[in-house]
Design a protein around this ligand. Structure first.
Ligand code: PSU
Ligand code: MN
Length: 307
């Protein structure tokens, strides 16, 4: 039997596939490990609604009972938002978590893999993983980057946070031939702020322009993903000196505590929320919603081209 035995579509997504509607993938690590309850489930539901209102169908992806779930029910969303024993699943963890029938929340890398298996080309998230600061010593480079190098899914995000080394992250993407597009911007966004000080490869003026570029890339069999950086709305961005200050503090704490590996990103996200007294969470929610608008428009535009 083929991989299809591991895939379980929700009724909504199955219907969308049969009716050939545009579908947008969403990850679950952001729910289980990226935001606290209940803001995580509220945001997950709101994002799904935004996508539906734009004429696309949301498919939140997670691992449950030995299956890759493509589309979660409300009860399942609540489960992933509340449960504390959900595994963080990246590429290396997919097989073991499926085989052991544990619950797993998929990272950008694992969500891309599952989206591709399900025939979904556009994926909306908050921020991608990248090359961590100090990677020259720790070699901590997110598997998200390697996945972007080979899996044919476009990832709409608000850039990468400066808990990462944004310059090295962009160098890595360049080496692997991953296009970095700025939505209505020449500058790669830094998640909590609109600007990072680093440029993008190409500015996408409209969702239609970006969809056209995706279509050409994949028609040419240029394997791999595309990063679409969509800056946080101006009125929701954080003060740069404040965010720089708390990121430095959180990074130092992580180092002092010896946090490493897959714990690093969730630890830093949680500390930033506490150190900013919730301000990072407010910005995080706003940028994910904004990405859902843009991602759904790109998915609809790409679907129109492919029709
Ligand atoms: N960045 C965020 N929020 C997140 C993540 C990253 O702002 O929730 C999650 C994503 O799921 C991403 C993962 O794929 O962290 C990267 O983890 P790591 O650095 O361990 O590869
Ligand atoms: Mn890592």
């Amino acid at each position: 039997m083929s991989y299809t035995q591991y895939i379980d579509y929700s009724a909504e997504v199955l219907k969308a596939k049969e009716a050939n509607l545009p579908i947008v993938a969403l990850e679950s690590t952001i729910i289980s490990h990226g935001m606290p309850y209940p803001q995580n489930v509220d945001t997950a539901k709101k994002v799904e609604k935004i996508i539906r209102n734009k004429g696309a169908v949301p498919a939140t992806i997670a691992i449950l009972d030995g299956k890759i779930k493509i589309g979660l029910s409300e009860e399942e969303l609540i489960y992933f938002a509340k449960a504390t024993d959900v595994e963080k699943v990246s590429r290396r963890d997919l097989a073991s978590v499926l085989a052991s029938k544990k619950a797993g929340a998929t990272t950008v890398a694992a969500t891309m893999i599952c989206a591709e298996l399900a025939g979904i080309k556009v994926f909306v998230t908050g921020g991608i993983g990248g090359v961590h600061r100090g990677a020259e010593e720790t070699m901590d480079v997110s598997a998200d980057l390697q996945e972007l190098a080979k899996t044919n899914v476009a990832v709409v995000c608000a850039g990468a946070k400066s808990i990462l080394d944004i310059g090295l992250t962009l160098e890595y993407l360049e080496t692997h031939g991953v296009p970095v597009v700025g939505f209505e911007t020449d500058e790669f966004p830094a998640f909590y702020t609109q600007k990072s000080g680093f440029g993008v490869d190409v500015k996408g003026e409209t969702p239609q322009d970006i969809a056209a570029m995706l279509n050409v890339k994949w028609e040419l069999n240029l394997h791999g993903g595309v990063v679409i950086g969509n800056p946080v709305p101006k009125d929701k961005e954080m003060d740069k000196s404040l965010i720089d200050q708390i990121i430095d503090k959180a990074l130092k704490e992580a180092k002092d505590k010896g946090i490493s590996g897959k714990e690093t990103t969730p630890f830093l996200l949680d500390r930033l929320k506490e150190l900013s007294e919730g301000a990072t969470l407010t910005t995080n929610i706003a940028l994910v919603e904004n990405n859902a608008h843009v991602g759904a428009e790109i998915a609809v535009a790409l679907h129109d081209i492919e029709k």
